[in-house]
Unconditional design. Sequence first.
Length: 215
Amino acid sequence: MIDDGSRFISEPEVPPDPPGHTRRTVLKAIAATAAGSAVAGTGAAAPAAAAQAYTVAPGASVEVAMTVNGQPRKVVLEPRVTLLDTLRERLGLTGTKKGCDRGECGACTVLVDGERVKSCLTLAVMRQGAEVTTVEGLARGEELHPVQEAFIRHDAFQCGACTPGQIMSAVACIGEGHAGSEAEIREWMSGNLCRCAAYQNIVAAVADAAKEVRR
């Protein structure tokens, strides 16, 4: 019952599940139907798609293969391990920082198949076969990426906690074509927080790097 201040209004009753069905079985049926539609849409054979599905026993580990900074890498880990922890703890790529560990600060931003991803929010097993680029993979030997050079020119970093994620997000921002104006840069970089408040310098660096990349 809901009291609106003058009278009680009866809430609509939620009908029970039909006999023999529960919400769990309905959700499973929907998932199965969606999977079948996806297979049909791609023209792939149903048995081949079914063969890709597997379960992992509790506590068991799986092998994950991906390309990281242009190098094929394989790691054996539990399915619950995030991409962030895989990069830092298993592959030794500590340039990607662990900040809030909740996807709020953007310090852990990396590129996955060319798109920016907050690596603390994705499991490594979900990126099987993906191409991952971290801040360590931007430079070509001694030649820095245009975004890295622009960050240096504009003093767009102070501490090292937020800078790697800012740089990776800036690379994606430019690649996505969202660096046309200061307002646009601010909007599309808003998923990354800077604890040093170097926002004005970061915006200037992204705008400068965008001009260099377009040449």
